[in-house]
Design a protein around this ligand. Structure first.
Ligand SMILES: [Zn+2]
Length: 189
């Protein structure tokens, strides 16, 4: 069982949510499972992940934490690590993929370190290696969160004087888009 699911359920939920059986989410799910066990059942835990790849989906699939509800923070550090912590005490655990330990599982190591091109190392093989290794490639540490534990509150809302759309007044007298941060132009055709 992983995250309270059979392996088949676990894999089919990954398919449904992520679109394909990504080894990164399989590994991420095992990390979440381990971290939940360490922190204990019944603890309302918030999450921080240290990669924008796969790990956010593993947390969103197998915990109540999502980007949208604000309980999951995503750091773009490209590190395969995640933390779950008690949102009241800010105490919790950080789990990471321990590269040294992955060396005992060549397919996993080669995938993780991006040493072999994808077409020469099928995701089935990587997933098999992940299930063989399970927690043996992970390390963890008990931690106290010092940053990012604040829940982002929505600011006061106003109407932008330039575009007329509602926006957070924290941005200033006009919205960020009208201040020059707009990411699009009108379709020129
Ligand atoms: Zn505006």
């Amino acid at each position: 069982m992983i995250c309270g699911k059979t392996i088949d359920e676990f894999l089919s939920e990954i398919m449904r949510f992520h679109g394909f059986k990504a080894p990164g989410i399989v590994l991420g799910g095992i990390m979440v499972d381990y971290c939940q066990e360490l922190i204990g059942a019944g603890v309302e835990a918030d999450a921080i992940v240290e990669s924008i790849h796969c790990l956010p989906d593993a947390v969103q699939l197998f915990t109540p934490c999502t980007v949208g509800n604000g309980w999951l923070k995503v750091l773009d550090w490209d590190k395969y690590a995640l933390s779950l912590y008690n949102r009241k005490t800010v105490l919790g655990f950080r789990i990471w993929v321990d590269t040294e330990k992955t060396k005992s599982y060549p397919d996993l190591y080669n995938w993780y370190m991006r040493l072999v091109p994808k077409k020469e190392l099928s995701s089935e093989r990587v997933i098999n290696a992940i299930f063989t290794a399970e927690r043996n490639v992970l390390s963890y540490q008990a931690i106290q969160i010092t940053q990012h534990s604040d829940r982002h509150k929505k600011g006061e809302t106003g109407i932008c004087s330039s575009c007329g759309e509602a926006y957070s007044l924290k941005q200033g007298t006009s919205c960020l888009s009208c201040q020059g941060h707009c990411y699009y132009i009108k379709n020129p055709n």
